[in-house]
Design a protein around this ligand. Structure first.
Ligand SMILES: [Mn+2]
Length: 317
């Protein structure tokens, strides 16, 4: 844990503890962002929790379990609040409703590409596999419920510990002690049973996979109507890298979810940032799990992903 973050957090608390705040997750909140918002809202007693778009399954289950009241950020009157705390993102692409809000604090673990939010207090550690891990080490006191929720966030974002570090296990062990819950119980929330439509979307994505073997890597691409990140994770179990496209009619844009095997060395967050920029959108994320939005059709976007990926891969060699 970066020592500096503790100091920033203490100053942040001292200044805004009693302010009227909204704590917001990124859109389509996952368990990392909802558990982070839940824990942070506890230390700011006059805060509410906000999200945008429908939450993911695990996040919904966690919210139900602990009675976490979640409001739609676009329907909250910002004039009635002193400001916003954003958790688990620092880009407007993933939380457009934050525009116009005074952002007082950001707690996030994503890399700098695509970061366009600015806050008075920024607690960002891109070495951390989850925001929940950062927060677990910032909070002076953690209740049983918060410990359970944060554990789930850590388990989910570390992708079954593929991206874990020593601190991840130490933090999780400490939280599990407080939560008094079994790992299997937490896994139900961290990796919820997919719905039928998600299973069908993943199988459809797999049936349409195309792949090329170039620059020393097997690159798979496919298209799907929804669940692109689930499909990308699944396909990247076999291919070195998977780019899964999904067309969004409402936004008239393509979303790409990119995933890589642990041995793949090209930083996907940089690939996504470059492709996003070239196609009028934005991208970012982590080296082995990243995404983008682009103002282009799915095929064109996928072709661009391969082109830029190869450019980066050749630079590595
Ligand atoms: Mn996260």
């Amino acid at each position: 844990m970066v020592k500096e973050l503790h100091k920033i957090f203490e100053e942040f608390l001292a200044k805004y503890r009693n302010s009227k705040l909204a704590v917001a997750t990124h859109s389509r909140a996952d368990v990392d962002s909802i558990s982070s918002a839940f824990a942070i809202s506890k230390v700011f007693p006059n805060s509410i929790i906000c999200t945008s778009e429908e939450m993911r399954e695990g996040a919904k289950m966690l919210a139900d379990k602990f009675g976490i009241k979640v409001r739609d950020l676009s329907k909250v009157d910002k004039k009635k609040f002193d400001g916003l705390i954003v958790v688990d993102t620092s880009t407007y692409t993933l939380l457009p409703e934050a525009r116009g809000w005074k952002i007082l604090g950001i707690i996030d673990h994503h890399r700098a590409e695509g970061r366009d939010m600015k806050a008075e207090f920024e607690m960002i550690d891109h070495e951390s596999p989850s925001t929940a891990e950062i927060i677990s080490n910032l909070l002076p006191k953690i209740s049983k419920e918060e410990a359970f929720a944060l554990s789930v966030g850590i388990i989910a974002d570390a992708a079954r510990f593929k991206s874990a570090r020593k601190e991840t296990f130490e933090t999780l062990a400490k939280l599990m002690g407080i939560a008094e819950a079994k790992y299997a119980e937490m896994l139900v929330y961290a990796e919820p049973e997919p719905r039928e439509e998600a299973k069908i979307a993943m199988l459809n994505a797999m049936s349409r996979v195309k792949f090329v073997y170039t620059a020393g890597y097997i690159i798979a691409t496919t298209e799907v109507g929804s669940n692109e990140s689930d499909a990308a994770s699944l396909i990247a179990e076999a291919a070195d890298v998977a780019f899964v496209a999904s067309w969004r009619d409402k936004e008239q844009e393509t979303r790409i979810s990119a995933r890589a095997r642990p041995s793949m060395e090209v930083p996907l967050n940089k690939v996504m940032a470059t492709v996003g920029k070239e196609l009028g959108g934005a991208g970012g994320g982590h080296p082995k799990a990243a995404g983008l939005s682009a103002k282009a059709h799915t095929q064109e976007t996928l072709e661009k992903c391969i082109e830029i990926f190869i450019r980066f891969a050749e630079k590595e060699n």
